[in-house]
Design a protein around this ligand. Structure first.
Ligand code: SIN
Length: 543
């Protein structure tokens, strides 16, 4: 099969991949590789919005402060400042590309302005949103902007397997990216894509946990692939659990946006006690790590499966207009949120760590960039402030593109070997894949969840080592399928989360370990670094 040559290869079709592609498409040919339909991305499911300072009552300094407080001492302040300062300019770009944010009328003048929402940890209203379907509107606008672009080819149903690096090829040169192996899911053939610039924007790894707000695609593909290629990975212990995922036997992964609490929704026990009042001065709008842990504690103490989120005290027309998607979806499940409290539970939502990058998306491997949830720039620290992630994706994508503009285009020329597949396809053995998927997700939820202990982490690690051996053995012998490739990535990411969690012997932000319940000054200024074939270590956040 012929090798496909591109100036830029982009993995993923969420906000990071699409916006970056648009920015570089004037320079050269772009291939976007996405494992399902082009609109199926984490971005598409974002409800809350994008945090940026656009109001006179707000300031970038306040936004920086809120971000650093949520990040529990681990944010890289220089990165925070850079990303948040550029927020308004990138928002303007999005609007020029066709994004429509919700507006409201100013009663005194009759003029219209953006309707700014509020979420946990924000001291001001600063969340730009499109009702409660912000991500869907972003995808619509960006996909419309790239449709029929002469320099952009989109490969849907194509699964990126592994990077082709100098080391993999056995070439004696400083390691760099030459291309990538990609599975075409429609014919099960593995193709070779060649490029000197590969950008990963594949999102996070929510599916590594049994309960998650993420769609099925969130299997940690980018982090796992980069780790296998020897790229440094940071802070994987910081998995954000969203406090309010709908609890219903038939609902899978439906998020109830934090914006509901921003508009007055109150977290209550099943008997109506607003227990967050005792936990934090910001009550139900405390930072996410605090709310998720308080709910977890409350459920364990009361022996219940869920708590309530109550917004019934707000006028019904307001609720239906501000949260049309949440209202309609809950109604489908028999819950009228204008009259009844919503049953909710915490669920895995966002990966704050990821591939170590600069604010321009550069990774530790030449020719490889990473943007969005898959990357760790230092913005989020130990706990992401709500709605900062879409903004980070925009700013970093912009700078990665600017950086690439300064690099002269050079056609990829090195011969790359075709993929070698295992040739066994034994349907009896497929049970191994489904069994191991379930085992990893249950294990991570039970032993590496919201509250951790030393013993549980050790137990989890022992199990993961066995699973890794079994999955690697299977991978080497059998023809690759999407399920097998996702499983291989999931087990790698699970291993990274466990290793990072074991390494950090303190409790900070999203990482809470009963055996080390306090912040430790030694860790205050250090990220957790994982590199293949090296023991986990830590490094100062501004080395
Ligand atoms: C939400 O709408 O609650 C999610 C926003 C976010 O995760 O930033």
């Amino acid at each position: 099969m012929a090798t496909r040559d591109y100036d830029y290869i982009v993995l993923g079709s969420g906000i990071a991949g699409l916006y970056f592609s648009l920015k570089v498409a004037d320079l050269g040919k772009v291939a976007i590789i996405t494992k399902k339909h082009r609109a199926e991305s984490n971005t598409n499911y974002a409800q809350g919005g994008i945090a940026a300072v656009t109001s006179k009552e707000d300031s970038v300094e306040k936004h920086i402060e809120d971000t650093c407080i949520a990040g529990a001492g681990l944010c890289h302040r220089d990165v925070v400042k850079k990303i948040l300062t550029e927020g308004p300019a990138r928002i303007q770009d999005l609007v020029e590309l066709g994004m429509e944010f919700s507006e409201r009328e100013i009663s005194e003048t009759g003029e219209r302005e953006w309707d700014l929402g509020k979420e946990g940890g924000h001291s001001k209203r600063r969340i730009l949103h499109a009702k409660d379907v912000t991500g869907r509107e972003i995808e619509r606008a960006l996909l419309h902007a790239i449709a029929n672009h002469p320099n952009i080819d989109i490969f849907e149903n194509h699964f990126a397997i592994d990077l082709i690096t100098s080391h993999r090829l056995g070439i004696d040169e400083p390691n760099r990216c030459h291309g990538i192996y990609v599975l075409d899911r429609s014919n099960r053939q593995v193709e070779v894509f060649r490029s000197n610039a590969i950008t990963i924007g594949t999102g996070g790894c929510g599916k590594v946990y049994l309960y998650t707000t993420n769609p099925d695609i969130a299997t940690g593909d980018g982090v796992a692939m980069a780790y296998r290629a020897g790229v440094p990975i940071l802070n994987m212990e910081f998995v954000q659990f969203h406090p309010t995922c709908l609890y219903h036997p038939k609902a899978k992964t439906f998020l109830i946006s934090e914006a509901v609490r921003g508009e007055g929704g109150i977290i209550k026990s099943q008997d109506g006690r607003p227990f967050m009042d005792e936990c934090h001065p910001l009550k139900s709008l405390a930072p996410r790590d605090i709310v998720a842990r308080a709910i977890d504690r409350e459920m364990k103490r009361e022996g219940t499966d869920y708590v309530h989120l109550d917004i019934t005290h707000k006028p019904a027309p307001f609720i239906m207009d501000r949260f049309p998607n949440i209202y309609q979806t809950c109604l489908q499940y028999g819950i009228d949120i204008t009259k009844q409290p919503i049953p909710v539970v915490p669920a895995a939502h966002y990966q704050c760590g990821g591939i170590k990058t600069t604010p321009s998306g550069e990774t530790g491997l030449r020719g490889l960039y990473a943007i969005g949830e898959v990357a760790c720039t230092g913005l989020h620290g130990a706990n992401r402030l709500a709605s900062n992630s879409l903004l980070e994706a925009l700013v970093v994508a912009y700078h990665a593109a600017e950086q690439l503009k300064s690099v002269p285009l050079e056609a990829p020329s090195r011969e790359l070997p075709p993929w070698e597949d295992g040739d066994v396809t034994d349907p009896d053995e497929l049970v191994v894949v489904s069994h191991n998927w379930d085992e990893i997700r249950r294990l991570m939820w039970d032993y590496v969840g919201i509250v951790r202990t030393k013993k549980r982490l050790e137990r989890a690690q022992k199990r993961i080592v066995n699973l890794q051996t079994e999955i690697q053995d299977y991978y080497l012998n059998f023809q690759v399928t999407t399920d097998l490739l996702e499983l291989r990535n999931l087990v790698t990411v699970a291993d990274l989360i466990i290793k990072a969690a074991k390494t950090r012997e303190e409790s900070r932000g999203l990482h809470f370990n009963i055996d080390f319940p306090d912040l430790d000054a030694v860790w205050g200024n250090r990220d957790t670094l994982l590199e293949r074939d090296r023991s986990p270590s830590s490094q100062p956040i501004n080395p």
